[in-house]
Design a protein around this ligand. Structure first.
Ligand SMILES: CC(C)(COP(=O)(O)OP(=O)(O)OC[C@H]1O[C@@H](n2cnc3c(N)ncnc32)[C@H](O)[C@@H]1OP(=O)(O)O)[C@@H](O)C(=O)NCCC(=O)NCCS
Length: 189
């Protein structure tokens, strides 16, 4: 399975515009993404302006790759155009049509429903435009807000990977959540 072009972008929700990253986003992300909490539950460890610049240039370079491995998309508010975080998807097993979902919202913008709204907008993109069969999302067991986002989206808790990650020197479990195209398209979740 190959990921087709990004013709369906940008994605619009009631409050958010979800679009491709551009160069100036590296500067705009400094507002929230130099906080280690922003990356703590992700696989990335970005702690400096330089690392943020590299992250942004990497995701922009990714846009031109064919087939495209991942979509890291910038989440902006529609009213003020403020960059508040990002969402990520991509195939982890192209033969099987199995993809991943990730998201992060800046600390000062948390608790406003943005992660749920942005990730919800990604579901038709993933299951209709990209034709994925399944989405897997791994969530740190010590991150109840992230687990709640997945549950609100209709993801099913499928398992627990014991001591799967080392976070700040502490071994933590990961929760594995899954959503099938049929859950979304047929059951209308
Ligand atoms: C976790 C994160 C994505 C949540 O983003 P957000 O925009 O605040 O999420 P939403 O507002 O859409 O939903 C959060 C939900 O979690 C709930 N929640 C928040 N803190 C909670 C806690 N400590 N325990 C249980 N539920 C909690 C909220 O009440 C809300 O649920 P509700 O709508 O039923 O009330 C965001 O804080 C973040 O990006 N954190 C840093 C990076 C990260 O953890 N990324 C996820 C990697 S797996």
């Amino acid at each position: 399975m190959k990921i087709p072009s990004s013709a369906a972008l940008p994605l619009l929700t009631e409050r958010l515009l979800i679009r491709e990253f551009v160069d100036t986003d590296a500067f705009r992300m400094r507002d929230f993404a130099l906080d280690p909490d922003f990356w703590r539950h992700t696989s990335l460890d970005i702690v400096s302006v330089e690392a943020l610049d590299i992250f942004t240039s990497d995701v922009i370079a990714e846009q031109k790759r064919t087939p495209r491995p991942f979509y890291n998309l910038a989440v902006n508010t529609r009213d003020t155009g403020t960059l508040v975080g990002f969402v990520k998807t991509g195939l982890v097993s192209s033969d099987d049509g199995v993809g991943m979902l990730g998201y992060a919202i800046g600390g000062q913008y948390a608790g406003m429903g943005y992660a749920t709204e942005a990730a919800a907008a990604l579901l038709p993109f993933v299951f209709v435009a990209l034709g994925f069969h399944r989405l897997t999302a791994n969530c740190d067991a010590n991150n109840p807000a992230s687990a709640r986002v997945l549950e609100k989206l209709g993801f099913i808790l499928e398992g627990r990977l014991r001591e799967n990650r080392l976070v700040d020197g502490v071994r933590t479990d990961s929760l594995v959540y899954g959503l099938l195209a049929d859950d979304f398209l047929v059951a209308g979740l």
